[in-house]
Design a protein around this ligand. Structure first.
Ligand SMILES: [Zn+2]
Length: 89
């Protein structure tokens, strides 16, 4: 039986303290990860809805080029930029 005072890191599979907020082995932030998972779940729902809607109404295409960048989009863009920078090194 697993020790109730420990948990396994989702990222690196290290066994760490159950109340740890950050993995001491790989540095993963559990709270941040939970938030990201929630955001991704939400994005997934929105995407599914959009897909269903576009299949119902294939004629209607609403273009909103001047829409301000959402926080989520910005996050994804920054992450892509960071990955691109790392790849160049
Ligand atoms: Zn870890």
């Amino acid at each position: 039986m697993p020790d109730p005072k420990t948990k396994v890191c989702d990222d690196c599979d290290s066994v760490i303290a159950a109340d740890a907020k950050v993995c001491p082995a790989c540095g993963m932030d559990f709270e941040e990860t939970e938030e990201t998972i929630k955001a991704l779940d939400h994005a997934e729902k929105v995407r599914a809805k959009r897909k269903a809607r576009s299949q119902k109404e294939p004629e209607k295409k609403v273009e909103t080029p001047n829409q301000p960048e959402s926080v989520f989009r910005k996050l994804m863009r920054l992450r892509k930029e960071r990955e691109a920078n790392n790849a160049n090194k």
